[in-house]
Write a protein that binds this ligand. Structure first.
Ligand code: F6R
Length: 264
């Protein structure tokens, strides 16, 4: 696990964008798993900016969404499909036939989840899975207690996760969804490389538990400790709880050009 602490969320986004663009240069047909949520927004803005300046080309890349609220159609303003459209796909040139998203309205859940796993495998597996982390340690919507052998499936969201979604759904006069589709922990761990981003002081406690605590389904993100190729990019605020300072590198001392994903 390579842990890099950057000064603030702008630096985290900048570094993540650089890592992804270097990866795209090496492998233009990158298979990229994408997270939604607040954390990667600035990264997506930077990718769009790099695209506008002609510095990156995503037209040969393949995309898989990490999760989706159950019951929301792709055009619902709070669906993750809509989020990706608004923040990424609609703003740059991509190959639409290479975008795979979980369908919150799928008729046959089991076969839809099976199809998703099959498509990931058919594309050669995820080269890089981008992750955020929930306050309870969830990755994707794998809530505490999720099995490390879990695959793409329908899950029940915890009260905490539902509460965190309340403000945005209330604005539309809706109750937040109770269920979601998500890649499983085993699906995520099968990615060749993982890039987890966390920013802000509210994430400090869970970052410490996930990175320095025991590997346990109680803290789903702790499973990443066992993955052979993980980058964790934090800002100073989210790294404050870490005690083993020797295990991480300050962003200013790290040269992203020399970063190599294993298996290259
Ligand atoms: C989003 C996802 C979630 C978020 C997590 C953090 O696709 O899978 O696990 O990454 O809830 O959300 P933010 O970034 O909004 O704090």
């Amino acid at each position: 696990m390579r842990l890099v602490v950057w000064k603030n969320e702008d630096e985290v986004a900048e570094a993540a964008a650089k890592l992804l663009s270097l990866s795209l240069q090496k492998r233009p047909s990158l298979v990229l798993g994408l997270a939604a949520g607040r954390t990667p927004l600035k990264l997506y803005q930077r990718l769009v900016h790099l695209y506008q300046k002609g510095k990156i080309d995503l037209s040969r890349a393949t995309f898989f969404g990490l999760d989706e609220f159950w019951g929301l159609a792709a055009d619902h303003p709070l669906s993750f499909a809509h989020y990706f459209e608004e923040n990424l796909f609609g703003l740059l040139r991509i190959n639409r036939s290479k975008v795979f998203l979980l369908d919150g309205k799928a008729k046959d859940i089991e076969s839809h989840c099976h199809w998703y796993e099959k498509m990931i495998a058919a594309c050669g597996g995820l080269d890089i899975q981008l992750l955020g982390i929930g306050l309870n340690g969830h990755i994707g919507f794998n809530e505490p207690g999720s099995s490390f052998t879990s695959r793409t499936r329908l899950v029940r969201l915890t009260a905490e996760t539902i509460a965190s979604q309340k403000p945005s759904f209330h604005q539309l006069g809706m109750k937040p969804p109770q269920l979601a589709l998500t890649m499983g922990i085993a699906t995520i761990l099968k990615a060749k490389n993982i890039l987890l981003l966390a920013t802000g002081k509210t994430k400090a406690t869970i970052i410490r538990r996930a990175l320095e605590g025991p590997i346990t389904p109680d803290v789903p993100a702790s499973c990443l400790q066992g993955h052979p190729s993980v980058y964790i990019f934090l800002d100073e605020a989210s790294s404050r709880g870490l005690t083993r300072k020797d295990f991480f590198q300050k962003g200013k001392n790290s040269n992203l050009e020399t970063f190599e994903w294993p298996g290259e």
